[in-house]
Ligand binder design. Structure first.
Ligand SMILES: C[S@@+](CC[C@H](N)C(=O)[O-])C[C@H]1O[C@@H](n2cnc3c(N)ncnc32)[C@H](O)[C@@H]1O
Length: 247
């Protein structure tokens, strides 16, 4: 097994693949007006699909749930079956870099914590193409929450994820790509902890026991523990912002 196998083992079984919560998903959805009764929705980088299931419950529409990690899609499929939401959810194992939908296909595109895998600006442009006229895009994206950010935080994000920016700059970029920004709000700290870092902490402890003599696995687990501690120390300076925009 290599690093990525241990990484996916850590994530498998977590309720989410990133920060978020159903209340925030509903809040973003409720910003959208004049939707068709059964909107066609694309959920890019759906992961285990907590938000996909919530979208199915609240929209009454059809959702294409796209991710390139089969383990997450298996969990979503099982949960959708259990809740009898499987008629509404079409699961697709495909890279977001290779999407071949026709332009103007979707009423709504959703992407919580995943659009940056396409490069943030590039992802915005691609979503705009795939949306119908007046279609909506809802995303969460990492942002700095203050003007002055400690050097340690800047270095951490530079090494992880270079699309992070100040909220105002992200808003500018959204407008530059041609969207109308409808609303935006910060994900609460609880949505990092409750469905993501708290369950991850428990899983780290279990896997540390399982892999106590495995140096590669322990490195992966230590890095994740460091990430959680870093967030606890610096969550005043960075977070995820929900942006809801219209074509
Ligand atoms: C931070 S997780 C977010 C998952 C989910 N949206 C959530 O909020 O729980 C990012 C997701 O993007 C997926 N992903 C990464 N690169 C991808 C790609 N090229 N194509 C499709 N999915 C990708 C990962 O497998 C993962 O499920």
């Amino acid at each position: 097994m290599d690093k990525s196998d241990y990484f996916f083992e850590l994530y498998t079984g977590l309720p989410r693949g990133g920060p978020g919560d159903n209340e925030s998903t509903r809040r973003a959805y409720n910003c959208m007006e004049n939707l068709p009764s059964e909107p066609l929705i694309l959920d890019i980088g759906c992961g285990p699909g907590m938000q996909t299931l919530e979208l199915a419950r609240i929209s009454g529409g059809k959702i294409i749930a796209l991710d390139n990690h089969q383990g997450f899609l298996d969990k979503l499929k099982k949960d959708a079956n259990n809740e009898k939401l499987d008629d509404q959810i079409e699961i697709r194992n495909q890279s977001m870099l290779e999407m071949d939908f026709e332009d103007g296909t979707f009423d709504i595109i959703w992407s919580e914590g995943a659009l940056y895998f396409m490069g943030f600006q590039n992802g915005l442009k691609k979503c705009r193409q795939l949306l119908k006229d007046k279609g909506y895009l809802a995303i969460t994206q990492a942002v700095y929450l203050q003007k002055e950010v400690p050097e340690e935080v800047i270095q951490y994000w530079d090494s992880e994820y270079d699309d992070i920016d100040q909220i105002e700059n992200t808003m500018e970029l959204i407008k530059k790509v041609g969207f109308d920004l409808i609303s935006h709000f910060k994900l609460p700290v609880s949505s990092w902890m409750d469905n993501y870092y708290d369950p991850m902490s428990k899983r780290i402890i279990e896997l540390e026991e399982k892999y106590k003599d495995n140096e590669t696995a322990l490195k992966v687990l230590n890095a994740s523990r460091d990430e959680i501690e870093f967030f606890k120390k610096y969550s005043d300076y960075y977070g995820y912002e929900f942006f809801i925009m219209r074509k």
